[in-house]
Design a protein around this ligand. Structure first.
Ligand SMILES: NC(=O)C1=CN([C@@H]2O[C@H](COP(=O)(O)OP(=O)(O)OC[C@H]3O[C@@H](n4cnc5c(N)ncnc54)[C@H](OP(=O)(O)O)[C@@H]3O)[C@@H](O)[C@H]2O)C=CC1
Ligand SMILES: O=C([O-])CC(=O)C(=O)O
Length: 274
């Protein structure tokens, strides 16, 4: 029972039981082929007692930096400042870490080398985005440019460091306002809880410095809207997604589903899409 459970299944631990983590925990508890929920990490266990009581099988509750001892796959879905303390112990032990706060990976990119040196893996789901399969494929050839435009309702952007530091009042907007234009790397610093998608896109394609993004505060939209244009030597493609916000207005509902789809692929007999 050390590395894998008795049925040769994979043990999955979840760091953070918020909008994303609770849905992944529920899906695992209800059953994903070959996977079992072994542990979770929460800030205040008492706050999550009712949710934990509703699970058919209670996972262990552990500190975030101990999840790698209790699982083969650790899913990071906590605020990005905790990324390192969740991912490092896991990949050091040769485990896989699913990283949802992917913006935080840019300042901790040595974790990829650490994983490589120890036989671990870092898996970045498509998350709240679309089409990373096509971007991955195009990147085998030459991608000339990747451009993204993100529009979010006001509630989905409140508190972003870029807005606070530049003293921008978005509460009284009546029409769309372009807040930012620049690289995915700069965007991740200014909007750490809003543009993980741009960083995932950049890592699939031409990197965080060449991937360009605009961020708009848009009082006319009710969804988190992302439009992407890719120009490559194999294809030109445009993609768009309009995400329904979850209980956390910054996070689209589809994000947790994307992680569940990734987990399903770990042991599925039929895998569709790259
Ligand atoms: N890649 C992508 O496409 C996307 C990525 N994201 C990112 O995913 C991450 C999670 O998002 P979301 O679920 O909406 O966030 P939430 O704020 O809903 O949940 C975060 C959870 O982390 C918990 N947490 C905070 N500190 C700790 C700690 N020290 N130990 C354990 N748990 C802790 C919080 O606990 P408590 O409940 O006690 O506050 C909360 O339950 C964010 O970084 C977000 O930016 C979001 C959307 C899309
Ligand atoms: O679209 C969403 O719901 C979330 C998002 O942009 C992100 O976190 O990058």
């Amino acid at each position: 029972m050390n590395e894998q459970n008795a049925s040769n299944g994979l043990r999955v631990a979840i760091a953070g039981l918020g909008s994303i983590g609770t849905k992944i925990a529920t899906a695992l508890d209800q059953g994903i082929e070959g996977l079992a929920l072994s542990a979770v990490a929460v800030r205040d266990p008492a706050r999550h007692q009712a949710f934990m009581n509703g699970l058919r099988r209670s996972p262990q509750i552990l500190p975030i930096d101990q999840l790698g001892e209790a699982a083969d796959i650790v899913v990071e879905c906590a605020p990005s400042q905790h990324l390192r303390s969740i991912v490092e112990p896991a990949v050091k032990r040769g485990k896989s870490a699913v990283v949802v706060s992917v913006g935080g990976l840019l300042d901790n990119f040595d974790l990829v080398d650490l994983a490589r040196a120890n036989g671990g893996r870092i898996l970045v789901p498509t998350g709240a985005l679309i089409g990373l399969d096509a971007v991955n494929a195009a990147a085998i050839g030459t991608i000339h440019s990747v451009k993204m435009v993100t529009r979010k309702p006001i509630d989905g952007l409140k508190g972003a460091p870029f807005i606070v530091q530049n003293n921008i009042d978005i509460d009284n907007l009546r029409e769309p306002l372009k807040l930012f234009e620049g690289s995915a790397r700069e965007a991740a610093k200014g909007f750490p809880a809003n543009v993980n998608v741009a960083v995932a896109l950049s890592l699939a394609g031409i990197g965080p410095d060449r991937t360009r993004i605009q961020v708009w505060a848009d009082p006319t939209v009710t969804r988190n809207v992302h439009r992407i244009e890719v120009e490559a030597d194999s294809a030109r493609f445009s993609m768009g997604i309009e995400n329904i916000p979850s209980e956390n207005p910054k996070t689209g509902l589809i994000t947790a589903l994307s992680v569940i789809a990734l987990l399903r692929k770990q042991r599925a007999t039929l895998c569709v899409g790259t």
